[in-house]
Design a protein around this ligand. Structure first.
Ligand code: MEV
Length: 308
């Protein structure tokens, strides 16, 4: 079998404010979707977590990202059919980019299986088309991070890699609130609030921009001790635009009381995931305090990779 893996992601700074053209920082993290493919008489995708998610013969998963992927790869001259298996440790439906990571891993494995060159540019472009089938209007950050890995500063659809080494002493704790929210609905409510309270919120948005600029400078000089404080401020701004939630705040304050350097929600909010920056040595015992599932991750620098 031919296998590839691709990382999930978190948004370190700037979600929601990016929707109005301000900058954000996204980060590929060391939690992966793996895809393996082998020859078959029809195209199918079996997910270890979700079961059969696509079958070209059986009507399962039509109109999904998988159908787009198989069609685009066939249009590049691949006439072989494949049975694909996906296994992912990325929290699903939580803003960690699990669908983009699965797509990217699958595209990379399928292209190798078909004897095509899986250049990152092509993999990311096909994954973006698959994301559009699933999410309607994706920003492109998920497929870009799953493909290239790393930390990305982005603004209005332009992505710029922030080349840093993630220091050994620090980790991110990712907690799944288990609350599912529709990104589109939350984004619209924030935009409506902005229109109603423009004179107030303009200042909040300006603060969000300055925050991302300072975070970028801190990341570049490796000042992780102070970065946490900016995460706390970012959370305050997200609370102000009404995208936190009672359970989010419970988790955030539990972690803040237990040595986190900084804690915020990541993504659309009202649920989804909470991220906390920790000195590795302070993480011991913290996960046992949580009722929710959690992951300890760091920066993934490589993006999609062959694993066999
Ligand atoms: C969702 O992961 C991030 C938002 O900023 C929406 C977006 O950027 O498309 C809330």
């Amino acid at each position: 079998m031919i296998c590839s893996k691709a990382p999930g992601k978190i948004i370190l700074f700037g979600e929601h404010f990016v929707v109005k053209g301000l900058p954000g920082i996204g980060m590929a993290v060391s939690s992966y979707a793996k895809a393996c493919v082998e020859e078959s008489d029809k195209n199918t995708v079996l997910s270890k977590q979700l079961g059969l998610v696509y079958d070209e013969a059986g009507g399962v998963g039509f109109g999904s990202g998988f159908e787009v992927i198989f069609k685009l790869i066939a249009s590049m001259g691949c006439s072989k059919r494949a049975r694909a298996y996906i296994d992912s440790s990325i929290f699903m439906g939580s803003g960690m980019g699990s669908s983009a990571a699965s797509s990217v891993a699958l595209i990379h494995a399928l292209m190798r299986f078909c004897g095509l060159d899986p250049s990152k540019e092509v993999v990311s472009r096909i994954a973006f088309e698959a994301e559009k089938a699933v999410h309607g209007k994706p920003s492109g950050i998920d497929n870009t991070l799953a493909t290239y890995g790393g930390l990305l500063y982005y603004r209005s659809g332009v992505f710029e890699r922030i080349d840093i080494k993630w220091p050994e002493e620090y980790s991110l704790l990712v907690v799944n609130t288990g609350i599912h929210r529709e990104t589109g609905v939350v984004v619209k409510e924030v935009l409506d609030l902005y229109e109603r309270r423009r004179e107030v919120l303009e200042h909040i948005y300006r603060a969000a921009e300055e925050l991302v600029n300072q975070a970028l400078a801190m990341l570049r000089r490796g000042d992780f001790e102070n970065l946490g404080e900016l995460m706390n401020i970012n959370q305050g701004l997200l609370y102000t635009v009404n995208v936190s939630c009672p359970k989010c705040e419970e988790i955030i304050w539990l972690l803040r009381r237990n040595k986190a350097l900084g804690v915020k929600l990541s993504g659309a909010g009202r649920g989804g995931i909470i991220i906390a920056l920790y000195r590795k040595k302070d993480l011991e015992g913290v996960r046992q305090l949580l009722k929710e599932e959690s992951l300890v991750v760091s920066l993934d620098e490589q993006g999609v990779l062959s694993i066999s």
